[in-house]
Design a protein around this ligand. Sequence first.
Ligand code: ZN
Ligand code: ZN
Length: 375
Amino acid sequence: VSEVYGRRIERVHQRMEELEFDAILLSHGGDLPWLTGYRAMPLERLTLLIISAESDEATLIVPALEAPRVARHDDQFTVVSWDDSENPLNIALGILQTTKKRKMAISGRAWAETLLGLQRELPETRFAPASLVTAPLRSVKDDLEVECLRSAANAADRVANEIRTGVIPMVGRTEVDVARAIAERLIAEGHQRATFTIVGSGPNSASPHHESGERVIGPGEVVVCDFGGEFNLPGEGYGYCSDITRTFHTGEPTAEVSDSYEVLREAQSAGCEAAREGTRAEDVDSITRSVIADGGYGEFFIHRTGHGIGIDEHEEPYIVEGNPTLLVAGNAFSIEPGIYLPGRFGMRLEDIVVVTPHGPERLNVADHSLGILDI
Ligand code: ZN
Ligand code: ZN
């Protein structure tokens, strides 16, 4: 696996050259594990991977107490650890002394104090976001990454099925109880951790990012469940994310609920079908949106159609109006339209889709129909 990281560092080098960056500085977030296999804890202490354009060396500066976790792929980069009595910024500056300093890229997830310190010491340098370099590379998944996303999606699908079949009961429980049960099942099905669990019942289902609360789920209600976690690559200390939404109804739904759900389902399916090589990201959004608009619910679909997914839950490409990026094989993202009638009910249907040379592949295959739960 080490060679994978070596190849990625090489690709970062090439892109830095194209964009004329003299160095790239990466910290917390998905870039670091993608390039080193090491996921930094979001400590206040400085963690920085420095790749200089003019040398083949990559250097990872880590707090001494984190160094034991880094060791596994250190044939691809040099590890410099610092202890709490040192000023790590000086270590970074020492490494950067050897490079030209006109133009550097720094991770958007680096602490502002790191950037401010560098700007103070390197007043001549212009800084740009590292995502200019890394995001287009990371948004094209290789086979290993797609396989891990697929494993994550399969595990999330199993949990969705457990809700549908009543293994995770709903009626009579609070949203937060159900959310906790979903999180436990995500881990039982192979995730290392559950990242989020949204359970919105009754009128709460109309709030897309509802925070699960003490509301008791009753009969005759719509319940939106949106959840996901991180599923580790075999043998690695980091992984890829799952993210799925299914909408349920406790008992038989009204005609209004089932009719609007059919519009939603048709829109989501059109969005998945549109996820093909050479299509603009924004066109996938508009194709999905137009089905909902034609169904009469246009004003109630109040967010973008989807987001890329990988090591980070949300990453490029964003499936949103104004993003002209052409999709390529290896792109992985959610298609998750919703309809939200304020104060009444809402619904969302979300799958992760991968663009392949043979067309779109839905990684989530759990039943897409409105889940009717026993009351
Ligand atoms: Zn989601
Ligand atoms: Zn999502």
